[in-house]
Design a protein around this ligand. Structure first.
Ligand SMILES: Nc1ncnc2c1ncn2[C@@H]1O[C@H](COP(=O)(O)OP(=O)(O)OP(=O)(O)O)[C@@H](O)[C@H]1O
Length: 232
């Protein structure tokens, strides 16, 4: 569904992604794991066209994305939930969701599906989003991405700073979306969260992606985590 091949991305003169390659399938959760600064967020931003590719390709069902402007990428059906959520904090919950709906001119049924996953947001449609709790803001950022009716969803550390019950809610939603056939690329630092949600994991090390492994490989060989993430 989404195929990244030999992608090279620079920040100034430093090469942040080095011949970075991975393939993401429909109906799976692929988790990017790696140390701080390994290049995980850079990979997601590059997919969204927020950082230009020096070389390499990013294809969604065969269509090349690297030549698109950033505003054109979500229109292809890629939803992005950035680290830190990046809501329009002065706008209400409804207005944030409307921005998602406008992106691809999706219908109210798409909004209904998103609100079904997050009933708590339905109760707060008129609330200014900057006044939501951290967990509710994460729900809103996810629901806004779902309002474009994406086939691919990129989530950057969605459980960061959340309490356990909220982490469980996000995990359940990710699994439901996977079961609906969405392709999900997840950056996640919490090993327990990775083990409970991922189908495959891909270690990112110094800007390079190692070949993806089934998540069972982490259980079978815990030394992988120590080697690539620095936890045991
Ligand atoms: N705007 C920027 N200007 C210069 N260098 C940057 C910029 N953004 C990121 N980098 C560098 O690119 C490298 C990869 O950063 P990136 O944020 O992709 O890492 P990450 O794997 O997501 O890390 P973390 O787990 O800490 O979020 C780091 O060395 C970082 O310092």
């Amino acid at each position: 569904m989404l195929e990244i091949t030999d992608l090279n991305v620079y920040h100034g003169s430093s090469r942040t992604l080095k011949d970075f390659s991975l393939a993401l399938n429909a109906g799976e959760v692929l988790c990017l794991l790696g140390r701080n600064g390994a290049g995980k967020t850079t990979a997601l931003k590059s997919i969204m066209g927020l950082l230009p590719a020096q070389s390499g390709s990013i294809r969604l069902e065969g269509r090349e994305l690297t030549s698109l402007r950033p505003y054109e990428v979500p229109k292809q059906g890629i939803g992005y939930v950035p680290q830190g959520r990046r809501l329009f904090s002065e706008l209400t919950v409804q207005e944030n969701l409307d921005i998602g709906l406008m992106t691809r001119k999706t219908g109210r049924d798409v909004l209904e599906n998103a609100l079904k996953l997050f009933p708590r947001l339905r109760e707060r449609l008129g609330q200014v989003s900057g006044t939501l709790s951290g967990g509710e803001q994460q729900m809103l950022a996810t629901a806004r991405a779902l309002c474009i009716d994406p086939s691919v969803i990129l989530l950057d550390e969605p459980t960061e700073g959340l309490m356990p019950s909220m982490i469980a809610t996000i995990r359940d939603v990710v699994l439901q979306l996977r079961d609906q056939g969405k392709a999900i690329l997840l950056v996640e630092q919490r090993v327990d969260a990775v083990l409970s949600v991922a189908d495959r994991v891909c270690f990112v090390e110094n800007g390079k992606a190692h070949p993806a492994l089934p998540v069972a490989a982490l259980r079978d060989d815990p030394s992988l985590l120590e080697r690539y993430v620095g936890v045991s």
